[in-house]
Design a binder for this molecule. Structure first.
Ligand SMILES: C[S@@+](CC[C@H](N)C(=O)[O-])C[C@H]1O[C@@H](n2cnc3c(N)ncnc32)[C@H](O)[C@@H]1O
Length: 233
């Protein structure tokens, strides 16, 4: 038996509550239970974006999914979230799992939806797209991500530290996600190619504590968060 759509994976955008879509706001309004990847019920990147929209009668659960820097398939954590969503739906209530940016771009939400479909195929899940951090950073800087015939590379840098030079040599704009770990390599490879001035680092775009470094070398001294990306044109 297929239940009416009672589970949602919701992209909450990069951090600025004004970049939440109307659809996301409407789904949150009708959700009885809100799950999110944060370490506690009331703390985490995604839940902080939507907290002003929530009512006291809505239940909020932090699922403590670590934003790991290393290689890890995270499937145990995703199963836990998927089963929690299914449990709420089977009880006749509506549940939403929050994910930062867009769920389908390196998003935890995409994996949760996949596991939910596998573990509880009778529970329909709807994915609500969100504004990705890439789009928000490009808009903030006034740098098009790609135009005309350009090929945009989006690289989760943590996994490809040894290929930084080769990726730059392909040409075209590059967006480096999970960028903090590879910053020293990136600075060196860009400098070698005379392209250091073609890169900008954006941390926590859209948040009150957003930081932008047009001088990447200056950022080497900083303690950068996981929520850091670098655009190179
Ligand atoms: C696993 S990816 C998730 C991307 C997300 N689904 C999206 O659409 O933006 C996580 C990486 O996205 C980037 N990121 C996410 N939110 C960000 C923000 N507010 N500011 C800067 N970078 C961000 C960082 O590079 C971070 O390491």
């Amino acid at each position: 038996m297929v239940l009416p759509s009672r589970t949602f994976v919701v992209g909450v955008g990069p951090g600025d509550p004004e970049l939440l879509t109307l659809r996301a706001a409407r789904v949150l309004e009708r959700s009885d239970v809100i799950l999110h990847p944060g370490p506690r019920d009331d703390a985490g990147f995604a839940i902080e974006v939507v907290t002003p929209l929530l009512r006291p009668d809505q239940e909020v659960r932090g699922m403590a999914l670590a934003m790991r820097r290393g290689r890890d398939d995270g499937s145990v954590g995703y199963d836990r979230v998927a089963l929690a969503l299914a449990g709420v739906a089977r009880g006749g209530r509506t549940a939403a799992f929050l994910t930062e940016g867009d769920p389908m771009l390196f998003g935890t939400g995409a994996s949760v939806a996949e596991r939910l479909r596998a573990l509880a195929p009778e529970v329909p899940v709807e994915i609500i797209p969100g504004v990705s951090a890439l789009a928000a950073a490009a808009a903030r800087l006034g740098w098009p991500l790609a135009r005309k015939d350009e090929i945009l590379t989006i690289c989760p840098a943590t996994y490809h530290a040894e290929q930084v030079g080769a990726i730059l040599d392909r040409g075209g704009p590059v967006c480096w996600l999970k960028a903090a770990d590879v910053l020293p390599t990136l600075v060196e490879e860009l400098r070698r190619r005379g392209r250091l001035d073609r890169a900008t680092l954006v941390e926590r775009v859209g948040r009150p504590d957003e930081r932008i470094f047009v001088d990447l070398a200056a950022a080497l001294e900083e303690d950068l968060s996981y929520f850091t990306l670098i655009l190179v044109r």
